[in-house]
Design a protein around this ligand. Sequence first.
Ligand SMILES: Cc1cc2nc3c(=O)[nH]c(=O)nc-3n(C[C@H](O)[C@H](O)[C@H](O)COP(=O)(O)OP(=O)(O)OC[C@H]3O[C@@H](n4cnc5c(N)ncnc54)[C@H](O)[C@@H]3O)c2cc1C
Length: 396
Amino acid sequence: MDSRTGRVDQSFELLVKAVRRVATEVAAGHAADVDSKARFPTETVAALREAGVLSAAVPRDLGGAGCSMVEMAQLCSTLAQACGSSGMVLAMHYIQVGCIARHGLESAFFRAYLRELVQHQYLLASMTSEVGTYGDTRSSVCAVERSNGRFVLNKDATTGSYCQHADAILVTCRRDKEAAASDQVLVLVRREDYTLKQTTSWDTLGMRGTCSPGFHLESSGADEQIVPGAFADSSAQTMVPYSHILWASLWWGIAADAVGKAANFVRGQARHNPGSVPPTATRLAEVSVQLQAMKQNWQSAAQDFDALGEGEAGREALSTIGWALRLNNLKMSCSEAVPQIVHRALQIVGILGYKNDSPFSLGRQYRDSLSASLMISNDRIAAKSASMLLVFKDTP
Ligand SMILES: Cc1cc2nc3c(=O)[nH]c(=O)nc-3n(C[C@H](O)[C@H](O)[C@H](O)COP(=O)(O)OP(=O)(O)OC[C@H]3O[C@@H](n4cnc5c(N)ncnc54)[C@H](O)[C@@H]3O)c2cc1C
């Protein structure tokens, strides 16, 4: 860190090297314990902080690394190959930073906040889900209530990943008490602004390290903590594209981890029988086709997102039906592909993949992969695509 400018002096090459090191030296070693105890990956997040990875999404002129979508996706997919929960925490954090960096910069408060985030490597969480609205991120029951330059915001969230470990939470809510359910804003509440009461448990099949139970949030703060503009725009132009591309990249990381184990298993078989190709090698060749197709799917979306640039035209493009359908398709196809790929890897490895105490165990990867289609239900996404396709005439 340059103490004069507050800039973390890091290129993407240094960041990706750091994430590779954190993945192999820290996250991989703790992944089983994080999973079995459903505990936060404290060591991994501390190592990411230490390496300045949490400010990768902050623009360069505010001291961050200004990483592109392609670059952030590579960081998330690299980490997820060692620990899916850690990859998800990093992705969710980048989504929140992206919302501030792309929609808050006209505000002196948010520019200063991002500089602070770089300096302190703050971790940001998200509360979009709510009792009564569930997976529909575009409607809220709770409302922000403003008076004399201050606000009060209380929310009952059904699922709040790592909220107890975060430095701040971005919360969706109605603009005011009279606003319609879909007339929402995003509010940044910092740790000192809120109290959290855990309302449900997080004893899940997978993604256990994300620590995502329900919470009752009570918060208050200054009006300037409300992200300028409507959440309708920050959702379409940032939260949805960031979520679907970064989630797809980390789900790919989980699939790649499973296929990597299967490949090691097949090579081991080949070593036992020199000169012959084991039958499982054909299955490995087949699953690698699906793995490659999945990677190309999120990479091309990330490249096209980056090509839109930061200007108004790019933002408008993201609000079109064409982009909405493309991102929905990306989410549905990658979330369906990940458990299929892990399942095929398991068929290759066999009983050693099924056992929890074997070096080829695929239990965690399998269970983590099952969250993908539920995390914003694919049925809900398909229903939205279905109504868009009634009016959209081009090929998505
Ligand atoms: C690992 C993980 C981490 C998460 N972290 C967070 C977080 O940090 N913050 C946060 O706010 N939320 C978080 N969530 C919650 C997530 O954003 C969704 O709110 C949640 O997964 C949706 O829950 P649901 O299945 O009850 O909701 P719903 O979408 O309401 O789905 C319930 C059921 O209804 C069906 N359904 C819904 N709509 C339709 C439709 N139109 N047509 C047909 N069937 C339909 C679905 O198939 C499903 O069976 C997380 C979820 C997961 C899995």
